[in-house]
Structures are given as C-alpha cells and as structure tokens.
Design a protein around this ligand. Structure first.
Ligand SMILES: Nc1ncnc2c1ncn2[C@@H]1O[C@H](COP(=O)(O)OP(=O)(O)OP(=O)(O)O)[C@@H](O)[C@H]1O
Length: 315
C-alpha cells in the first residue's frame, strides 16, 4: 500500500516497488542524527531468533544446528575464519535465505509463513553478497535517498524535503556530509562503505546487518569507520546491530555480544567480554591465541609456545 503523501499524481512508483511504512516512519521522525525505533518498552523484544537452523547447499553444510537470538538494543559481532558460514548466517537473519532445517523468527513472524518483502524493509543489510550495487554515476545523496523506494537510480519516485534531510543527515552522521554531490563511483572504498551504511539506515530499520564493514580499508579508514560505529552502538535508540568480521581488532567499542562460528557451528555466543577470550577464540580459529582488551578494543595474537621441559641432567 502506498501512503498518499508519497505519491505524485500520475507518476506511479517503479513497477513492483512500494514505499514501505518504515520509510514513512523515518520521514516523519525528527531529521536524523537519531534512529527512532518506536516504543521504548519494546526494547526487550526479540528481533531475530534462529532455532536449530541448518543450511545445506550441494551436499555441503553451511550452517548446522544454529541457535541464536538477537534482541532490541543488542550489538553483536559474528567472528569466524573464512568459510565459517558468517555471510550465510547474516543472509538467514535478514530473511533473504531460507534454512534447510530449523525455524527463523524475524520481528515475531516465522519465515515461510509471511510475505518476506514486508519484513525485509525492516532490515538494513550491507553485504557484498548482495548483487545490486549503486550505479557509479549516481549522486551520493541519491544513493541514500533512493533506499526509501528500494531502488537504485533516481526516477519518477517522489521524495519530500524531510526525506532529503534524513538522507543528508545520515551521510553527515557517517562522515560523508561533504560528499553528497559526488558521483558514487568516484568515492574511496572507505567512503563507499560508510555511504552504504547510511543507505541501509534510510528506511529506519529495526535491525542493521553489516557484513565485514571494515574489510579492505586502510588503518585510517578503518578507525574512522569504527569511531562512527562506536557512536552508533552507544545510541540507545539505534536499531539492533550485527556485524561480521574476521578480526577482533575490528570490533567497535560498544559491541555487547559475540557469536563465534566455525564450520557452520556455533563455538560460543554471549556477552562480548566473556566470549572473545583466548579459549573460545582459539577453538574458533583453530590456533592458540592470546586476547587482550585495552579501552574496550580487542587484540588477538598467536600465543607464545610454552617453554619445552628441560631434559633431566644426567645422573
Ligand atoms: N552452493 C554451495 N555449495 C557448496 N558450498 C557452498 C555453497 N555456497 C557456499 N558454500 C560454502 O559455504 C561456506 C560458508 O560460506 P560463507 O560465505 O557463509 O562463509 P563466510 O564465513 O562468510 O566466509 P568468508 O569469511 O570467507 O567470507 C564456504 O565454505 C562456502 O564455500
């Protein structure tokens, strides 16, 4: 259903695209900087829940018996080596991939029993696994703005001043305020990642999923991104967040929980300070690791070998 206020008479939206009420809710909110997620009393609500979820493809087990719940206000990091199933897990949580076995509840609705197009608008997903990417010639402001209609490329959709303000505000929040008129294709990798996050937030999602947001960034760009994500994590009105990473160094301060995956199975899950520790992390990556925490940031390195026992002196 199209809200009347977003329709330009005689100019229908692109075929098959409706503007979701989430976008209207965003548009009606105070212009940006904060991310209203509705009733504060709903903060304990379950956002996404996986019960005994398995995913098999071509005989391979991508996920096996995963049990995991994300509630409003939580900020999760999903860690694991290459091929552990992190992206698969994120796509399941986004309602874009159906499990082979088990049950997934997203915003209280069981996957498979509801129209997923409705629920997907309530999830902001940034992943290179998505095939659609912004056209290189698209203006940065429009890359964010067009998320309100779930399209790439400005067409006949109508946008209100408040939509523009929200898009510009999100770009400012992620340090891209000076880039609004640039062509997307001219941005650096770090700038693109931050613009992609701003776009994912345009529809005021209740769940933000970031797949390796810091991958490929140089040290400065990584730290700039982590600073933004730290602020985001500290905002009590921001949506629940799940980010995937290979590196504990990429965990922003403010992440509350961690899930460690290996070979599609959960090695450990729980509060980040209890989970990102030497034991579970070593099991997850299959090597002995030492973990240190400094100012809320994590570092992992290969544990030094224990000293060899001395040979007994000859009698
Ligand atoms: N259709 C398929 N058939 C067989 N195996 C598959 C198929 N699709 C994916 N896989 C395998 O599933 C595993 C999990 O993939 P996934 O992309 O979820 O891992 P990941 O943890 O995100 O990896 P990375 O960190 O390298 O991005 C990988 O080993 C991948 O090769």
């Amino acid at each position: 259903m199209l809200p009347a206020r977003s329709v330009v008479p005689g100019r229908p939206p692109p075929a098959g695209r409706d503007r979701h009420p989430a976008a209207v809710r965003a548009a009606n909110a105070a212009p940006v900087a904060r991310f209203p997620t509705g009733n504060v009393s709903a903060m304990a609500d379950t956002i996404v829940s996986l019960d005994a979820v398995s995913v098999r493809r071509d005989g391979a087990a991508l996920l096996s018996d995963v049990r995991w719940t994300v509630t409003a206000g939580q900020r999760w990091v999903v860690l694991g080596p290459n091929g552990a199933g992190k992206t698969t897990l994120l796509l399941v949580a986004a309602g874009r991939l159906f499990p082979t076995a088990g049950a997934v509840d997203l915003f209280g609705s069981r996957l498979g029993s509801v129209d997923m197009r409705e629920l997907r608008y309530r999830v902001g997903l940034v992943s290179s696994a998505l095939t659609e990417t912004p056209p290189p010639e698209e203006r940065v402001l429009d890359v964010v703005l067009t998320a309100a209609w779930a399209v790439f490329g400005r067409g006949y959709e109508r946008y209100d001043e408040i939509d523009m303000a929200r898009a510009a505000g999100l770009l400012r929040q992620f340090g891209c305020g000076a880039l609004v008129d640039r062509r997307f294709g001219t941005l650096s990798e770090g700038e693109r990642k931050r613009v992609a996050i701003a776009r994912a937030l345009m529809t005021d999602p209740e769940l933000l999923l970031l797949d390796e947001p810091a991958a490929g960034l140089d040290l400065g760009a990584r730290e700039a991104l982590l600073r933004r994500l730290t602020r985001f994590a500290a905002d009590p009105t921001a949506p629940a967040m799940v980010m995937v990473s290979h590196h504990v160094e990429e965990i922003p301060v403010g992440v509350t929980h961690a899930l460690l995956l290996r070979d599609g199975r959960v090695v450990a899950a729980g509060p980040v300070q209890e989970t990102v520790t030497a034991g579970p992390l070593s099991e997850c990556f299959g090597i002995p690791l030492d973990v240190t925490v400094n100012g809320g940031r994590f570092t992992a390195r290969l544990a030094p070998r224990p000293p060899r026992p001395r040979a007994a002196a000859p009698a």
